[in-house]
Design a protein around this ligand. Structure first.
Ligand code: 6LW
Length: 528
């Protein structure tokens, strides 16, 4: 089997996988974006297709007032007795909760709250059918580490008066992300520690009883790329699973950097590596080696080296949105429309601007490739302070956009704005005519180029932005860069809508990011 990491490029952190027969299901964190917790399906672990989201209704996920990187943290997905369960934390709302379904591509239940603090909840069913809840307890006035208690899965009620501390790890900060598995009479507890930055790692302990005592593995940490020159950094927060052939795997998060000193702007991404077991029953990730961009694993499976090119074009003619689209917090229901005759996404100019956390007219998808373009064609006749355009958006304080605005003399102008913390610049450029305007962001590893074109003319670049200035290291938080279509009336009440006729996302085929790591001529998919 050959495949290229990350298996989910772009902002898809904290992955968790379960298997049902030959089908694998994966979920990742979603923070302040809506719908929450994307669900993916695969049969070969390399090609993943999004089949929906767990949290599609405001009654399941109310993100009103959620700060950037608030909302939904690390989810766990498990399957038991005909039902899928997803447990996660709404950090700005109801805390830890479970939803369930029999169809992971369909609707999930309303939340069942779990009265336990901390983040990174997980579920484990023992052979006698008892279900256990595990999570960390960072936010509780208790010893840092990972805790367990039996749980009534129907009610969310923990069955012990107090959850029990299982393990605090090997000394890294933030012992978190516990998952429990049972194999050959051992209970294995894997956790993440060291923090989600460069010190991140996965460590393991085991016990003959689910509630301990747990002994630390002699070759911990199981995985860490810290202080190495590997292009994948910050590896941690993993989940193990077994395939139908009895082989074990781990999915985990990591980041790819764009420049030195290391910064990253596409968020924490999802990686895959094989897990094997030593003779004395301890797991090894990738035989104890670092995990590579291009993986050759001695197991049956796809021979798929090279970037899975994810060209994506949407004319918004469908009445439902493609799963990759997200709103920033819950959308205001009447502020957006798709599926109209002739297509197009209509966004109403809402008063909230890109700097605010109120309801925005904003629809975005993740930047997943270093070298790629995002392009849209916009019909818009702004008045007063109305504005509509295309933004490269990390959060309210870190974003850069090209937009169409009113010029104050009955005409229109192009506006290029860069917001980087307390620094903010805005430039205006002439725009003639009243027709549709094309807006484009061309992304290279270290720069974004902002361009526009009137009907019938070629693109003109009006400025660039360093990707470093929008990186997580600058902007903070746990998310990654989105490219979003938006409309706003900038604080006053607006009357107009903007119509985006289409959106086009095109990673460059011979993507330079991959050329660095690929064996010769493997940028194209390897033929069977
Ligand atoms: C989280 C924690 C982590 O829940 O980051 O990297 C936090 N790991 O486990 C948010 O993703």
């Amino acid at each position: 089997m050959k495949y290229t990491n990350p298996i989910l490029p772009g902002f898809y952190p904290d992955p968790s996988v379960c298997r049902v027969g030959d089908d694998f299901y994966m979920v990742t964190s979603s923070f302040e974006y809506f719908p929450g917790v994307p669900v993916f399906h695969s049969q070969d672990l390399v090609h993943w297709q999004q089949i929906g989201h767990c949290l599609t209704r405001q009654s399941q996920l109310n993100l009103e007032g959620a700060k950037a990187s608030g909302g939904i943290y690390a989810p766990t997905i498990r399957y038991h007795d005909g039902r899928f369960y997803m447990i996660t934390t709404d950090t700005t709302g109801i805390g830890n909760f479970i939803v369930h379904t029999e169809d992971p591509a369909g609707e999930w239940s309303d939340p069942i709250q779990v009265n336990h603090g901390g983040i990174d909840p997980s579920l484990f069913w023992d052979d006698d059918g008892t279900c256990y809840y595990a999570s960390n307890a960072l936010w509780m006035p208790r010893e840092r580490g990972c805790y367990v208690s039996p749980i009534n899965i129907e009610t969310g009620q923990l069955q012990w008066p107090k959850s029990k501390l299982l393990w605090s790890g090997i000394g890294g900060k933030y012992p978190e992300a516990p998952h429990i598995y049972k194999k050959d009479g051992w209970y294995y507890l894997i956790i993440a520690e060291g923090g989600t930055e460069f010190g991140h790692m996965i460590s393991v302990a085991r016990s003959r009883a689910v509630d301990g005592p747990y002994e630390s593995c002699p070759h911990n940490p199981l995985l860490s790329h810290r202080s190495t020159a590997n292009p994948i950094q910050s590896t941690g927060h993993g989940d193990f699973f077994e395939d139908a052939q009895g082989d074990w795997w781990v999915v985990f998060l990591g980041v790819r950097h764009s420049s030195y000193p290391l910064v990253h702007h596409m968020g924490r991404e999802t990686y895959l590596a094989p897990v094997t077991w030593t003779e004395d029953g301890w797991p090894l990730i990738n035989e104890g080696r670092l995990v590579d961009i291009n993986m050759v694993v001695d197991r049956a499976g796809p021979e798929q080296l090279g970037l899975l090119n994810r060209d994506f074009r949407d004319d918004f003619s469908s009445v439902t949105l493609d799963f990759r689209w997200n709103f920033c917090r819950n959308p205001q229901p009447d502020s957006w429309r798709v599926g109209q005759a002739g297509g197009g996404l209509q966004l109403q100019c809402l008063p909230e601007d890109l700097d605010g956390i109120g309801p925005k007219a904003w629809l975005g998808l993740r930047q997943q490739h270093f070298y790629t373009t995002a392009e849209t064609e916009l019909d818009f006749a702004p008045s007063n302070q109305e504005e509509a355009g295309l933004t490269a958006y990390m959060n309210e304080r870190y974003h850069a956009e090209i937009s169409v605005v009113a010029d104050g003399h009955g005409g229109r102008a192009i506006c290029l704005r860069k917001r980087c913390g307390e620094l903010r610049t805005e430039q205006r450029f002439d725009l003639s005519g009243k027709g549709a305007v094309k807006l484009r962001i061309v992304a290279e590893e270290e720069h974004l180029h902002f361009e526009h074109a009137s009907e019938g003319s070629t693109f003109t670049e009006v400025g660039t932005m360093e990707t470093r200035a929008l990186s997580t290291e600058m902007a903070g938080g746990f998310t990654g860069l989105y490219w979003a279509l938006y409309a706003t009336s900038n604080g006053v009440s607006g009357k107009n809508s903007a119509t985006f006729r289409n959106f086009d996302y095109q990673p460059s085929y011979h993507d330079k990011e991959w050329d660095r790591y690929l064996e010769p001529v493997t940028a194209a998919p390897v033929a069977d």
